[in-house]
Design a protein around this ligand. Structure first.
Ligand code: NZQ
Ligand code: ZN
Length: 389
C-alpha cells in the first residue's frame, strides 16, 4: 500500500425529509447570503426547490437563484454565476441537483474568490486553493460530487471537458434523501449506476499490490450495485434500494476506496471526449467504453480480472485467469445492457470519423501517452473506440 492522506470533511445528512434542514445547516456553516444553483427544471417540477427555499426563509437567510445548469455543465453559466455572486455579496453556494449542478457550483465557488479566469485551474488541472463554502442537496446518485473534491466542466468555446479540484471545494454538507431520486427516468438511474461502478473500477485496476482492504471495499460496493440496481429499475420507488445506491454513490467517489493505491481514470478521460463532443450522458458512455478498455487491459494482469470476476460475479476459475477475466468483462457488459444501457458507441450517436480527433484531444502526457495501469497511445485509444463502435 502507498502512503496517503485522507480527509473527507463533508457532513452527510441522510434520509427522508432531510432537505428541510438546508437553512439550518447553512447557518451553522456561517452562510449569510446564498446562491441557490440548480439545473434544467426537475427540482422546480418536483417541488424540491420550493421546500429548500422555505427552509432558508425559515432561518432568515436571503438568497438569489441561478438555474439552467445542463448535463455536462458549461463554462458560460459558471461565469454568470461568478458575476452574480460578486454583485449580490453571496458567501455560500447551495447546489440543488446532480453532479452537473454540484460541479458548476464548485467552479463558481472557486471563481468568485480568484482574481483570474476560473478556467485557469481546469486548463492545467491545478489544485484549487480556496473557494466559497458549498452545500448540496443531491437528486441523483452518480457522479459522487456530493463527497468528492472534483469538478468537471466543459469549456464552451473549445469543447474541452476537464476535471480538477481540491479539498477547498469539498462540500461542507450534503443532504441525501433517497426519496428525491424516485422521479429519475430509467435512463438517468441506469447511467448513474454505471458511473458509480466505473468510479470503483477506475480504482480497482491498479498496479499497486497488497491493497486487500480497499479491494474488499470496492467489491462490496460493486456487489451492492449488482443487487440493488435491478430493484430500482423494477420499482423506482423502492426506498431501501434507492438508499443503498445513494450511499454507495458517495462511497464510490469520496476516495475511501481509492487511498493507498495508484488509480487509473483513463476510461473517464476517453469518455469525457464523447460527452464534450456529442453531449453523451456520462454514465452511458462509460457503460460502452469500460468493457472495451477492460478487454484491452486484460492481458496486462489477468489475475486481477479473474479475481474480480470470481469475487463479484461468482464466476468459477478453472485455472485459466484469462478466460475467467474475460467472462467477468462480458458479465459487466451484460449487466449494463440489462439496465437499458447501450453496448455500442453507434447507439450513442458517436461517429467513427471523430475517433482520431478525440484520441488526440485527450489530456496526454508530454510523451503523447495516457494511462497508468496500462499505457495507451492515441492509436490504442482509437482501437478502443473502434472495438465498441
Ligand atoms: O437538469 P435537471 O432538470 O435537474 O435534470 C437532470 C439532468 O437532466 C436529471 N435529474 C437529476 N435529478 C433528477 C433528475 N430528473 C428527475 N428527477 C431527479 N431527481 O438528470 C439529468 C442528469 O443530471 P446530471 O447532474 O448531469 O447527472 P450526474 O450526476 O450524472 O452528473 C454528470 C456530470 O458529472 C460529471 C460528469 O462528467 C457529468 O458532467 N462527473 C463529475 C465527477 C465529480 N465531480 O467528481 C466525477 C464523475 O466521474 C463525472 O465525470
Ligand atoms: Zn464518472
Amino acid at each position: 500500500m502507498l502512503n496517503f492522506e485522507f480527509c473527507s470533511p463533508t457532513r452527510f445528512v441522510f434520509g427522508k425529509n432531510t432537505e428541510s434542514q438546508a437553512g439550518e445547516l447553512i447557518k451553522n456553516h456561517g452562510g449569510t447570503k446564498v446562491l441557490i444553483h440548480y439545473g434544467g427544471g426537475s427540482v422546480v417540477r418536483s417541488g424540491l426547490l420550493d421546500r429548500v427555499k422555505a427552509s432558508l426563509t425559515e432561518q432568515g437567510i436571503p438568497y438569489v437563484e441561478l438555474g439552467g445548469v445542463q448535463p455536462n455543465p458549461r463554462s458560460g453559466l459558471v461565469y454568470q454565476g461568478i458575476d452574480l455572486c460578486r454583485k449580490e455579496g453571496v458567501d455560500f453556494i447551495l447546489a440543488v441537483g446532480g453532479g452537473s449542478v454540484i460541479d458548476s457550483a464548485k467552479a463558481i465557488a472557486a471563481g468568485v474568490v480568484y482574481d483570474g479566469d476560473f478556467w485557469d485551474y481546469w486548463a492545467v488541472k491545478a489544485v484549487i486553493p480556496k473557494a466559497l463554502p458549498i452545500g448540496t442537496v443531491l437528486t441523483i446518485p452518480a457522479a459522487g460530487s456530493e463527497g468528492s473534491s472534483n469538478s468537471v466542466i466543459t469549456h464552451e468555446e473549445t469543447l474541452i471537458k476537464r476535471g480538477t479540484g481540491g479539498d477547498a471545494v469539498r462540500p461542507k454538507f450534503s443532504i441525501l434523501n433517497p426519496e428525491l431520486t424516485f422521479t429519475l427516468p430509467q435512463w438517468q438511474t441506469a447511467s448513474g449506476v454505471c458511473d458509480i461502478i466505473a468510479h470503483i473500477l477506475e480504482r480497482y485496476f491498479t498496479n499497486t499490490t497488497e491493497v486487500e482492504v480497499t479491494d474488499r471495499l470496492c467489491e462490496a460496493i460493486l456487489l451492492t450495485m449488482i443487487k440493488e440496481a435491478p430493484r430500482v429499475i423494477e420499482n423506482p420507488e423502492n426506498y431501501e434500494a434507492r438508499a443503498n445506491i445513494m450511499w454507495a454513490g458517495m462511497l464510490a467517489h469520496n476516495n475511501v476506496c481509492g487511498v493507498g493505491r495508484e488509480q487509473e481514470w483513463t476510461t473517464h478521460a476517453i469518455e469525457h471526449e464523447l460527452s464534450a463532443l456529442y453531449d453523451v450522458t456520462h454514465g452511458a458512455g462509460l457503460a460502452v467504453l469500460f468493457p472495451a478498455w477492460m478487454k484491452k487491459a486484460l492481458p496486462h494482469d489477468p489475475k486481477r480480472f479473474a479475481q474480480l470476476a470470481t469475487r463479484v460475479f461468482g464466476i468459477e476459475n478453472k485455472g485459466d485467469d484469462m478466460a475467467t477475466g474475460l467472462a467477468g468483462i462480458e458479465a459487466w457488459a451484460d449487466f449494463f445492457t440489462s439496465l437499458g444501457m447501450p453496448r455500442t458507441l453507434r447507439e450513442l450517436g458517436v461517429q467513427e470519423k471523430d475517433f482520431v480527433y478525440m484520441a488526440n484531444h485527450l489530456m496526454l502526457r508530454p510523451d503523447g501517452t495516457c494511462g497508468k495501469y496500462i499505457v495507451l497511445t492515441p492509436d490504442d485509444v482509437v482501437e478502443i473506440y473502434k472495438s465498441c463502435y
